[in-house]
Design a protein around this ligand. Structure first.
Ligand code: ATP
Ligand code: MG
Length: 329
């Protein structure tokens, strides 16, 4: 199955931990994976086993936006230059689309291979966030690079893009939260943990976003009951404390096969839930939504910022889909 998957949730809930376990699980099954760290605290590299030095050397997508934009716009005549390309600018005829399994300039400059048990994944990171990045509609937004990536990514069968991300206002204003086939909301069994779920659910409802809750740091039946009571059927699975994760954090990662049996099962459940959304995948709707958010961002700040009418960037005949990639290859 081909899938774009996000892990969101409150700070400290376990987004990075669960993203990294899920990525390890996919790699162990031999699936091609692009792993993206778009979290405020950039820890995905470390969670995938990189040491401090290696993590610090990862190229930041946020610092390479002009290159990413120039590559993606290709020969699209509706986009005059990287300067007038904002994070929501949709692809059109002439744009370059990305495949999960290919070599291209964007991966060459912004991705690094990380070896895991079972195979390597491509890791991309937005780079550290500053205060200014957390504003609503910023031209230089770090997550903007990820939104552009997702909007140009035609993932084929059995390929996954997994994004570790913050449930911030930025992702709601830009449309980022609608870019996934499946969103896993990681929640601890606390009132704060589920309050992020409620906010997300409200935004998600209007856009048909598939949202499932993954309970984390769950210690017993009372925790499970609490989550079930608060989020109902949206609760997909729960994960308890993991000694494997603790060892990994001490810098002594055991082989992935040694992860607790219950957690392996939980990861399988996540994959099955993500794969099940394949049937409802709708490239036309996906394209329509990116246009919707582009027009919204154009009007609220983009036109003024770039000095051009960004609505003219929309190619009315274009639909992002797998054969669109074949046509531009
Ligand atoms: N199931 C688990 N078992 C053991 N430790 C866990 C588990 N889940 C999370 N942790 C630990 O809790 C801490 C926070 O987890 P993590 O960094 O994954 O959260 P986060 O949501 O990504 O946080 P941030 O918002 O800071 O990015 C980490 O030290 C992590 O190792
Ligand atoms: Mg994190």
């Amino acid at each position: 199955m081909n899938m774009k998957i996000a892990f969101v949730g409150k700070g400290g809930s376990g987004k990075t931990t669960l993203s990294s376990l899920f990525i390890r699980h996919l790699a162990a099954t031999g699936s091609p994976v692009i792993a993206v760290d778009a979290d405020i605290n950039q820890h995905l590299g470390a969670a995938l086993g990189l040491d401090e030095e290696q993590a610090a050397e990862l190229p930041a997508m946020g610092g390479r936006l002009p290159l990413i934009k120039d590559y993606l716009r290709g020969t699209n005549p509706r986009i005059a230059g990287a300067d007038s390309m904002i994070k929501t600018t949709p692809p059109g005829a002439g744009s370059r689309l990305l495949r999960v399994c290919e070599d291209n300039l964007v991966y060459e400059t912004c991705a690094r291979a990380v070896e895991l048990d079972g195979g390597a994944v491509r890791l991309m990171v937005t780079g550290p966030f500053t205060e200014a990045d957390l504003g609503v509609a910023c031209y230089h937004s770090k997550t903007g690079a990820v939104e552009l990536l997702l909007n140009h990514l035609v993932d084929g069968r059995d390929e996954y893009a997994v994004v570790d991300m913050t449930a911030g206002s930025d992702s709601f204003a830009s449309g980022m939260f609608t870019r996934f086939d499946m969103t896993f909301l990681v929640a601890e069994p606390t009132r704060k943990g589920v309050s992020v779920y409620r906010q997300y659910k409200e935004y998600a409802r209007d856009f048909g976003v598939a949202l499932k809750v993954v309970g984390n740091k769950v210690q017993g039946q009372d925790d499970i009951d609490f989550l079930r009571d608060q989020v109902g059927d949206d609760l997909l699975v729960t994960v308890g404390h993991s000694d494997w994760v603790r060892s990994m954090e001490k810098g002594r990662p055991p082989r992935f096969a040694l992860l607790e049996e219950g957690n392996h099962l939980a990861l399988k459940t996540l994959q099955a839930a993500a794969d099940a959304t394949y049937e409802s995948r709708d490239w036309e709707r996906y394209t329509r939504q990116m246009v919707h958010f582009h027009l919204k961002n154009a009007q609220s700040w983009g036109n003024e910022r770039t000095g051009v009418d960004l609505a003219a960037q929309v190619d009315p005949d274009f639909v992002l889909r797998e054969c669109a990639a074949a046509a531009t290859a």
